[in-house]
Design a binder for this molecule. Structure first.
Ligand SMILES: O=C(O)CCC(=O)C(=O)O
Ligand SMILES: [Mn+2]
Length: 191
């Protein structure tokens, strides 16, 4: 599999890791069964709603800090465990938690960031599965400002590895074109 980055980290895309029919079933079931919530974060002195719905599942000891707030994961559902096992069978790593994001339409988004929290370790493997509406994920090199656009489609698996979080940030921009939902699962290992 080819590294999509020109330098400073590793990024691999497995198109249709889940073929369409299976991806449809998983999408519908995650949409209806996960405990979606709109989180608030403290930004510039006030509480603001994040522009998407989120929830967090994992092993009991996989606590996670988000905007200074400690989050306890919800216990794994059978379906998330089945998905996690299939991802792990195809990658050289294992995970103890998953962050789920629901983008209700093109107005929902994720700002520019790197997944560089210290509890993820130095060069984490992060496996990101997408379902539903295809959306653009934009990578920006922190120094050279080089940009890499990747479209994440229904059933695609993206793997971030190596030094990528040191050198690149990523974001899911808003877009007026998209009216339907997308679900993203990012599997992580919290130390
Ligand atoms: O929705 C996406 O593809 C990006 C998710 C992401 O970057 C994250 O959860 O850290
Ligand atoms: Mn991220």
């Amino acid at each position: 599999m080819k590294n999509l980055l020109p330098s400073d980290g590793e990024l691999y895309l497995f198109k249709q890791f889940y073929p369409k029919i299976e991806a449809n079933l998983i999408f519908n079931s995650l949409l209806n069964s996960l405990a979606w919530q709109q989180e608030q974060i403290f930004l510039y002195g006030r509480w603001v709603k994040v522009p998407r719905l989120m929830c967090w599942y994992g092993d009991e000891n996989a606590q996670y800090q988000y905007s200074g707030v400690s989050h306890q994961p919800q216990p794994w559902t059978q379906e998330l465990l089945t998905v996690k096992h299939k991802v792990e069978e195809n990658l050289p790593c294992t995970f103890n938690s998953v962050m789920a994001n629901l983008y209700r339409n093109g107005s929902d988004s994720m700002g520019c960031h790197a997944d560089d929290e210290k509890e993820l370790g130095d060069n984490p493997f992060i496996a990101s599965l997408s379902f539903g509406e295809p959306r653009l994920l934009k990578f920006r090199h922190k120094k050279s400002k080089q940009v890499m656009d990747i479209v994440l489609g229904h059933g695609d698996l993206l793997l971030m590895a190596g030094e990528i979080q040191h050198y690149w940030k990523h974001e899911l921009p808003k877009t007026k074109k998209i009216k339907n939902e997308r679900i993203n699962l990012t599997f992580r290992r919290i130390m």
